[in-house]
Design a protein around this ligand. Structure first.
Ligand code: SIN
Length: 301
């Protein structure tokens, strides 16, 4: 049996009557109605639960923990062979990577969503849902870690990014999903909250006051989404030193694709800074939140 966990998203979206059809609302249609729209699911034994009904821009770290608990419950059921999570596309890669780090290797976990709402005449959700169930039911998906399927293409959570704002081909990943590996380094996570870690963007004239404001608001870590090879603005250094001296973890990442190499563009060892390696800022943030929650050193991969 494949267990479906619905969290909302455009896949469950419907036209917003208040906008005269110009816009839609995500996370409106219940999971039962989504399943009824896919006759190709008939051969599969399925169960389903509606865990959240959100537009994924509103997903919080507490919601990640809610989804994790639902997946753990499902996977612990011997009758369940795999799970499919229906999710908004905007932060799908974040939830996918959070689960990649917190679920043990084993039964398939596949996320999917849609770029067009459920009431669109050419809705992509039904085909994505069918593809996700097929993948979750396939032996090839076992032991691969968390996967996603969009637009007839499978992706590994580690490499998945939403690269385009529109279009059915909005997602991409640099590495073939068939070579994906599980991670699960935080599968023992028991925390029921996660520490605040903020992402601070580097850009021309970015004010250092953002650093002090984050720390004053309770951030225990800062991911710096910097220009180029993680280049730290000189004007940020005093505030970064104050943050570091207050025990806040500082992690150098880049807004560009490609690695931030330790000590290559800054004295990371001397400054006491962490480096993102090839993790993009949102994923580096998740790894840092989990490392802080579990009292373990941050590792980029
Ligand atoms: C969302 O992320 O929930 C809305 C956008 C989408 O699913 O494509």
């Amino acid at each position: 049996m494949i267990h479906l966990i619905a969290t909302g998203g455009t896949i469950a979206g419907e036209a917003d009557p208040e906008s005269g059809g110009a816009r839609y609302r995500a996370g409106v249609r219940p999971v039962g109605a989504l399943l009824d729209a896919v006759p190709g699911l008939a051969p599969f034994a399925l169960s389903a639960e509606q865990v959240l009904a959100l537009d994924s821009k509103d997903m919080t770290p507490e919601d990640w923990l809610t989804v994790l608990a639902a997946v753990r419950r499902a996977l612990a059921n011997p009758a369940v062979d795999g799970t499919v999570i229906l999710h908004g596309t905007d932060t799908l890669e974040e939830t996918a990577y959070f689960l990649q780090l917190t679920l043990p290797a084993g039964k398939p976990v596949v996320l999917t969503g849609a770029m067009r709402p459920a009431d669109h005449p050419q809705a992509d959700g039904p085909a994505n849902l069918l593809a996700a169930v097929r993948l979750a039911a396939s032996p090839e998906a076992h032991g691969k870690g968390v996967l996603a399927v969009m637009n007839a293409t499978a992706h590994a959570a580690r490499h998945l990014v939403k690269a385009r704002t529109t279009g059915l081909d909005a997602f991409e990943s640099a590495v073939d999903w068939a070579t994906a590996r599980p991670d699960g380094r935080f599968a023992d996570l028991t925390a029921n909250t996660l520490p605040r870690v903020d992402i601070l963007p580097g850009y021309a004239g970015a004010p250092a006051g953002l650093i002090d404001a984050s720390v004053a608001a309770g951030a225990r870590g800062l991911v710096l989404a910097l220009a180029g090879h993680g280049s730290v603005p000189a004007a940020w250094r005093p505030a970064l030193h104050r943050a570091r001296d207050a025990g806040v973890a500082i992690l150098r990442a880049s807004r560009c694709a490609g690695p931030v190499i330790r000590n290559a563009n800054a004295d990371d060892d001397g400054e006491g800074w962490l480096t993102a390696g090839s993790l993009p800022p949102p994923k580096a943030r998740i790894a840092l939140m989990l490392a802080l929650a579990c009292g373990r050193p941050f590792e980029a991969d």
